[in-house]
Design a protein around this ligand. Structure first.
Ligand code: PAF
Length: 282
């Protein structure tokens, strides 16, 4: 039976008997899809106990972002988690999670600035803060994050290292629809036309990967070719297309042997912002 906990102290208490067990934490904002479930399955495989959290974290949304319209479907999510044999679900309310005098923010400086951080100021401080709070409550052995939010993975990994948090951060591959679109809770907002055009992201990234496989090292060229693919989608509005170092997230000009890079994209379709990425090697 999955136990649902609504309050931080109740979660702590419920986990007390399992302190000598391996605990896997899968933090989510709900509206679960196969990508989330793949994280849970990995957590389940690698731990004795799995804890999922559902909390649409207001701290990581900007004033003009989609906090209010972010998809929420608690009952459906709960059913899916039960089906995956999740042991604990933590689903706090905003009021009990962030008390009225809450005022702390954790910021991971350089890694939060480029890519999504440039168009979403404060976003990664919001993510780091909520993840640190969840880590302190659950005290898991391992934390599971998806590769789609690669920058989030890097920010959290750096925070864990900088603050000596005793947890292993695990990254699971991007889960895709059969036609290649990266799964996202926000995909439901796409119109039929936008849904078709949204494939430009995965097409551009595939092109980036095949160019590097052919030995192209010039990142400006790879970026140009990625942009050309995005431009072919009439309703796509580019936020960014970048090739960055996979560890520092700093721009890469030329791919070199052994250096891991990340081709990353963010594209708007109307108000819906989609992201996707692929790791490439020189
Ligand atoms: O990836 C997400 O869904 C969120 O950013 C996370 C990690 C649950 C923090 O709110």
């Amino acid at each position: 039976m999955m136990k649902v906990l609504r309050r931080s102290q109740a979660l702590r208490k419920a986990l007390d008997p399992y302190r000598n067990k391996k605990i896997g934490l899968v933090p989510t904002m709900g509206a679960l899809h196969e990508g989330h479930l793949s994280l849970l399955r990995l957590a389940k495989k690698e731990n004795d106990i799995t804890v999922a959290s559902i909390f649409v974290n207001p701290l990581q949304f900007g004033p003009k972002e989609d906090l209010r319209r972010y998809p929420r479907n608690f009952l459906r999510d709960k059913k899916l988690l039960i089906k995956e044999k999740t042991d604990f679900l933590f689903a706090p309310s905003k009021k009990t999670f962030y008390l009225t005098d809450f005022q702390t923010s954790v910021s991971v400086k350089c890694l939060s600035e480029p890519l999504c951080g440039a168009s979403r100021p404060g976003h990664f401080a919001g993510v780091a803060t909520v993840v640190l709070k969840l880590l302190n409550l659950v005290r898991p052995t391992a934390l599971y994050l998806g590769q789609k939010d690669y920058q989030q993975f890097r920010v959290v990994t750096q925070m864990v290292k900088d603050l000596d948090i005793p947890v292993e951060v695990r990254r699971a591959p991007i889960f895709r629809e059969p036609d290649g679109l990266a799964m996202s809770s926000r995909n439901v907002f796409l119109s039929e036309t936008e849904r078709k055009e949204a494939l430009c992201l995965v097409r551009a990234l595939k092109l980036a990967r095949s160019l590097t496989a052919k030995g192209v090292k010039d990142c400006r060229r790879i970026r140009r070719e990625m942009l050309a693919v995005i431009k072919k989608a009439p309703h796509a509005r580019l936020d960014y297309a970048e090739i960055v170092d996979a560890a520092t997230l700093e721009p890469v000009v030329k791919l070199t042997k052994g250096r891991k890079a990340l081709a990353a994209l963010a594209v708007f379709f109307s108000k819906t912002r989609l992201i996707d990425n692929v790791l490439i090697k020189g």
